[in-house]
Design a protein around this ligand. Structure first.
Ligand SMILES: [Ca+2]
Length: 82
């Protein structure tokens, strides 16, 4: 994923375009193809895991920098990509 892809993804998830992603925005985002084999509730579980991992400020919101660090710091597992 390039930096440009990441910005596009961030904008897509940031539904109200205030520059931060809330958990609700993450949950409501259409993250593309469902992942094969995900059980009901798996998206929620993965979203919680991703949010907890990415929210290094622990303020309940994800900035672009937090998302970037989470996405590039280690390979994404489970969260579907475009
Ligand atoms: Ca937002």
């Amino acid at each position: 994923m390039t930096d440009r892809d990441l910005h596009r993804l961030f904008d897509e998830i940031d539904a109200n375009h205030d520059g931060v992603i809330t958990f609700d925005e993450l949950m409501n985002a259409n993250l593309g193809q469902p992942v094969d084999g995900w059980k009901p509730g798996e998206k929620e579980r993965q979203a919680v895991l991703f949010f907890e991992k990415a929210d290094t400020h622990h303020d309940g919101r994800l900035t672009f920098e937090e998302v970037e660090a989470a996405m590039t710091g280690q390979p994404m597992t489970g969260v579907p990509q475009q």
